[in-house]
Design a protein around this ligand. Structure first.
Ligand code: X2X
Length: 342
């Protein structure tokens, strides 16, 4: 009796070590990466860089395919997070705005006029606030790996220059994601309507909406000047970081060595993506703005006093949302920003 039992045990051990030696047999032939925009945009380029680094460094064991246009959730970017958690999507680089309906802490970055400059974004994402948000994302059911950036979101429209909150009165503005955006634009006297990025472009083209808010890298790659967006105001009211994440079951199916490769590749791709997203905007003279102006677009820079009028008008929205996001989190974000190296 003892011998067969021992034999069975030995066979089980052998089977287990075989599985450990040949992990690739549990791997999928292809992993689906969700993105809102494609490789013409810094965001999509970040996805391409991540996928290529992983393919090279795993010798093709992990093969990632890009699905831009959030096509795995039929273009509805606010459903992306749930789809990652459920495994419809294997991995993603997502905007904090699009995931904020499911993870309320992500609304932090959409608080009007919280982050005045790039150093302020970095102070949050690269510090304790960023760590806290990663813990929150982990609890919400995904594996967060690295930060990227969509960028400072500037207001554009087809009607007239915006220099004061009054200039926004009655303008139909497309917004995305969280109800926080509806509150901000309502406070400014505009007429906000929520729709996906896929629906926004035809709505701008037909004049169903007058304006929108997005980073300048999105403006140029999507050629928003061709859908009537002739006025841009550089108000830097919010910025959306991007987050590189993997579905939990997919993550658990990889060997620790491959997990380390995917994580490092996300960190490397994130760093590169942030540099691409800031190109032409964080250097003296802001050459990207000159290129956009040359297309016949009016670019309005606000004086500190003009900007302050927008800050003041939206302050009640900031105060309303602070407890919903977490007062302690908002306080530590403000402290980290005040202490930033400029
Ligand atoms: O829909 C948008 O405005 C975009 C592309 O910036 C996001 O996905 C947040």
């Amino acid at each position: 009796m003892r011998v067969p039992t021992l034999f069975k045990f030995a066979a089980a051990v052998a089977a287990l070590s075989f599985a450990a030696l040949a992990p690739a047999q549990n791997y999928k032939p292809e992993y689906k990466m969700s993105l809102v925009v494609g490789t013409a945009f810094p965001w999509g380029k970040g996805g391409e860089i991540w996928a290529n680094l992983v393919r090279e460094r795993t010798n093709g064991r992990i093969n990632i395919k890009l699905y831009p246009g959030v096509s795995l959730v039929q273009g509805d970017q606010t459903r992306e997070f749930t789809a990652i958690r459920q495994g419809v999507i294997d991995m993603a680089i997502g905007s904090t705005i699009n995931w904020s309906p499911q993870v309320k802490e992500l609304n932090l970055f959409s608080l009007p006029f919280l982050m005045p400059d790039y150093a302020a974004i970095d102070a949050l994402t690269q510090g304790d606030v960023g760590k806290h948000i990663f813990t929150t994302l982990d609890k919400a059911g995904v594996v967060p790996l690295a930060w990227g950036e969509n960028g400072f979101r500037e207001i554009t429209n087809s009607k007239h220059e915006i220099r004061t909150p009054d200039n926004l009165k009655g303008l139909k503005i497309r917004v995305v994601g969280s109800p926080l955006f509806l509150d901000t634009f309502t406070a400014l006297g505009a007429n906000p309507t929520q729709m996906s990025w896929a629906d926004a472009q035809p709505a701008l083209a037909s004049g169903a909406v007058d304006g929108q808010e997005n980073p300048m890298s999105i403006f140029t790659a999507a050629k928003l000047q061709n859908v009537g967006q002739k006025y841009v105001t550089m108000w830097h009211y919010v910025a959306d970081p991007l987050v590189f994440v993997v579905n939990k079951d997919v993550w658990a199916s990889w060997t620790p060595a491959d997990q380390a490769i995917v994580r490092q590749a996300a960190l490397d791709a994130g760093k590169e993506e942030i540099a691409i997203a800031r190109k032409g905007l964080d250097e003296p003279g802001q050459p990207l703005l000159k290129e956009i102006a040359a297309l016949g677009v009016t670019i309005t820079e606000l004086t500190p006093a003009e900007r302050e009028a927008f800050v003041k008008t939206t302050r009640p929205v900031f105060e309303k949302w602070k407890p919903q996001i977490g007062a302690a989190l908002v306080d530590s974000a403000e402290k980290a920003i005040a202490a930033r190296k400029k």
